[in-house]
Design a protein around this ligand. Structure first.
Ligand code: PRT
Ligand code: ZN
Length: 292
């Protein structure tokens, strides 16, 4: 592929598929505005020195490794499979899945050790080979382009190594998971060449700051709770905030409002603890960006 002209940074994202919408949304949320991607190979951003290349996800690790693009948004599964010499800069929190070994329910293969001497169908032959080697297992890898889940029924393989997200595909094909080979999600990758180039690397850092601000915001809520003044200390423990909570007096004597950012994973427990500590009215709002 010909590298589009200009000094702009190039980022390769999936043109259509599971990662496409979330990739565009992440860039837009980072303040990068570009035209609709439906029919174009690439688009120039406004307000940031970036060009967006729309490609098949399988090509992304290679393009970034070869310098066709400086950055890419792609599943870790593909980066690992290629053994690509890239920098993984950021986990993006979407496209989560696992590469697992699975076998027919109630069949001969119940554990990973049972794979020895059997056939395993996969689109991830290198990752599977590394995994089997690591376990000292000798199994035949049957490389297929897709639909691994059908191969045991067709007697093309005895087990499969495939991506799973909800588990429905395995279930409907009467396959059971045996072990996880790799945990994956979409990641931002950068080419080593771009990272070694001062100006381009600085632009990558600017983009990372914006993306991190957005990803952190998704995991954060802003909580405002009214409570009696004498409960302030207890509530401060529950709502430490980013530095410390904001405590402001209410017009009602003896009452204060406590405001703080709260990580999503602690959310429900914190709301329960706030109630128990005497907080009455509690308001929760989403956070747009968090920069620390
Ligand atoms: O056209 P292009 O080559 O760009 O896209 P593609 O069709 O090759 O890829 P796509 O869009 O299907 O997936 C892109 C990326 O999404 C993958 O590389 C993974 O990083 C990630 N991802 C997340 C998944 C899944 N979840 C997933 N469930 N990729 C594939 N699957 C498939 C899996 O292979 C199996 O067939 O979905 C089925 C299982 O899903 P469940 O929900 O039934 O378990
Ligand atoms: Zn693909």
């Amino acid at each position: 592929m010909i590298r589009p002209d200009g000094d702009n940074l190039k980022i390769a994202i999936q043109s259509a598929g599971r990662l496409a919408d979330a990739s565009v949304e992440l860039l837009r949320g980072a303040g990068i505005d570009f035209d609709s991607y439906s029919r174009k190979l690439f688009a120039s951003a406004r307000g940031f020195p970036l060009e967006v290349l729309f490609v098949r996800d399988d090509d992304i690790p290679e393009f970034v490794e070869d310098g066709v693009a400086d950055l890419g948004i792609v599943g870790r599964n593909l980066v690992v499979e290629r053994g690509a010499a890239l920098e993984e800069e950021l986990e993006l929190g979407f496209g989560r899945c696992r590469l697992v070994v699975a076998a027919p329910r109630g069949g001969r293969i119940g554990t990973v050790d049972d794979l020895a001497g059997h056939r395993v169908a996969t689109s991830y032959p290198r990752t599977l080979a590394r995994y089997l080697n690591g376990r000292g297992l000798d199994a035949e890898i049957v490389e297929i382009a897709g639909a691994a889940e059908l191969t045991p029924a067709l007697d093309v393989a005895d087990a499969v190594c495939d991506l799973v997200s909800t588990g429905t595909t395995l279930r409907v094909n009467d396959l059971v998971e045996i072990e996880t080979v790799l945990e994956s999600e979409a990641v931002l990758v950068a080419s080593r060449e771009a990272r070694a180039d001062g100006p381009r690397s600085r632009t990558i850092d600017r983009l990372l700051l914006r993306m991190r601000g957005q990803l952190a915001a998704r995991r954060t809520k802003y909580v405002m709770a009214n409570c009696p003044e004498d409960a302030t200390e207890a509530i401060r423990e529950i709502l430490p905030g980013l530095r410390s909570p904001t405590v402001v007096p209410l017009a009602d004597p003896g009452w204060v409002a406590v405001h703080a950012a709260l990580p999503e994973e602690a959310f429900w427990e914190s709301i329960e603890a706030l109630r128990a500590a005497g907080a009455s009215e509690i308001l929760v709002t989403p956070v747009e960006k968090v920069f620390r």
